[in-house]
Design a protein around this ligand. Structure first.
Ligand code: ADP
Length: 234
């Protein structure tokens, strides 16, 4: 498989504070990766560095065209900045961001919005106001907005606040389907180790450095991880 993201001996600093040390790894096209680790371990900093939004990066990050990456910062329940927009209008803004002036929607763009809403089972809600939707539905609208431009890579940052477990499971499943059906490469920061493991191809465990990167099965069997998380897991 082709590498889609490569990090070579990457350190990330905020002023003199080194948040991430010596990261070297490749992400292959089509991978679904769960990024886990304690609070403050640098998960968000890592994905923001990949997006070019992080702290000061030393070393090499190869990602190609960053316009191919869609980023969903923490999927919180409300997005009041969109109020009182309609679902289809919000999804359409996902297409406008990559357009140069003049920004207008073509007929094909409207079709794309409809297609993605159908795919995420939100088509019947296309004329609803975002404020009228449930938390899970809002989440799907923001996901639709992120993927309508057909990115190659999707990065999600799960909120730390505990979500409804059923909703969380549904989101993981939905992302799995997008990964499989569209070959979308996914990086998913998760706070729920037990659940995300069931869906991803690879687990990345960060604690200011790369502690583990491998399959969920290898993760379960890893002596290194047992040493690391022993007191937390058992
Ligand atoms: P995680 O996502 O694993 O919880 P973060 O990447 O958010 O961890 O944070 C890692 C560390 O970097 C924390 O100690 C945090 O305080 C620090 N940090 C994050 N963003 C900034 C910033 N913009 N300026 C200074 N320090 C930051």
């Amino acid at each position: 498989m082709k590498n889609i993201i490569q990090l070579n001996e990457v350190d990330v600093y905020f002023k003199e504070y080194k948040v991430l040390s010596d990261l070297t790894f490749n992400i292959e096209e089509g991978d679904y990766i769960g990024i886990i680790g304690p609070n403050g371990s640098g998960k968000t900093t890592l994905v923001r560095s990949i997006l070019g939004l992080g702290g000061e990066v030393r070393g090499e990050i190869v990602v190609g065209d960053r316009r191919n990456i869609a980023y969903l910062p923490q999927l919180t329940g409300s997005k009041s900045k969109f109020f009182p927009a309609k679902v289809r209008e919000i999804v359409a803004t996902g297409l406008l961001k990559n357009k140069s002036f003049p920004k207008f929607m073509t007929r094909r763009d409207h079709e794309k919005v409809d297609e993605v809403l159908k795919e995420l089972q939100m088509y019947d809600k296309r004329d609803s106001l975002i404020g009228e939707l449930s938390g899970g539905q809002k989440q799907r609208v923001l996901l639709a907005r992120a993927i309508v431009s057909e990115p190659k890579i999707l990065i999600l940052d799960e909120p730390t606040s505990a979500l409804d477990p059923k909703l969380r499971d549904k989101l993981y499943k939905l992302i799995s389907e997008l990964n499989r059906n569209k070959g979308l490469t996914v990086l998913f920061i998760s706070h729920d180790v037990g659940t995300i493991e069931k869906y991803v191809d690879k687990v990345m465990y960060l604690d200011k450095k790369l502690v583990f990167y491998g399959t969920p099965l290898e993760f379960e069997r890893s002596e290194e991880i047992k040493k690391y998380t022993g007191s937390l897991k058992h």
